[in-house]
Design a protein around this ligand. Sequence first.
Ligand SMILES: Nc1ncnc2c1ncn2[C@@H]1O[C@H](COP(=O)(O)OP(=O)(O)OP(=O)(O)O)[C@@H](O)[C@H]1O
Length: 255
Amino acid sequence: MIEVKNLCKSFGEKEVLKDISTVFDSGKTNLIIGQSGSGKTVLVKNLVGLLEPTSGDVLYDGRNFMAMDKKEKIMLRREMGMIFQSAALFDSMTVLENVMFPLDMFSNMNLRERIQRAKTCLDRVNLKDAGSKFPGELSGGMQKRVAIARAIALNPKYLFCDEPNSGLDPKTSLVIDELLHSITHEFNITTIINTHDMNSVMGIGENIIFIYEGHKEWQGVSADIMGSSNQKLTDFIFASDLLKKMRNAVINKEM
Ligand SMILES: Nc1ncnc2c1ncn2[C@@H]1O[C@H](COP(=O)(O)OP(=O)(O)OP(=O)(O)O)[C@@H](O)[C@H]1O
């Protein structure tokens, strides 16, 4: 569980995050949504320590990240897995070597154990036979699955995913969503997904935080969205005429 308390972030005079308090639950896919420029990336960067908050606290299972010294922060970062918008794989390394990379860097395992662990992770994302391939030989969806395998190699407690479905077709996006969702539950990970993908919101939105102009405008689960009276949220979610019509049809049917 990650608890955010009164988090504020300004760049000079520009106030980007305004007093955000929330909880990201463990064993759930926590989604951060909001329009472009609302502050989602800045929020995640503050959580993982890539940016320093102007004020506020971030507690990782009760451990205050802001009060930690450098060494403690480094130790905590080893409990975090990250999946970037582009899969961010090393092109010159095989898939197996890519997944082994965090193990090579941060584990005490011997070579045999590292290979075994990487193979187990590849198996978990249904890429058992892709270990000897290079990233360039894989589809975008497969590359994302390699990135997920690499992110879970060190058994993270916390998993951060920045737009995991960008550049993927809807069907492949569904596969990635399902994978992130099942891994989250299987290993009780606190997963935080920064997304614009409305299919993800409706499909795996177990705890959704809607950021509007830097503040937390709404928090809830996907099932609450359809009937929500929050105008900013519904304007954002049902931005297209088609989606608005679909929502009205559902609401009228329920009445
Ligand atoms: N290092 C920085 N210095 C100054 N302003 C910044 C910096 N990083 C981000 N911002 C500003 O903070 C605001 C929020 O940016 P952020 O990247 O968090 O938006 P976002 O919600 O993630 O958008 P998108 O969905 O397009 O990725 C923007 O106005 C951006 O210009």
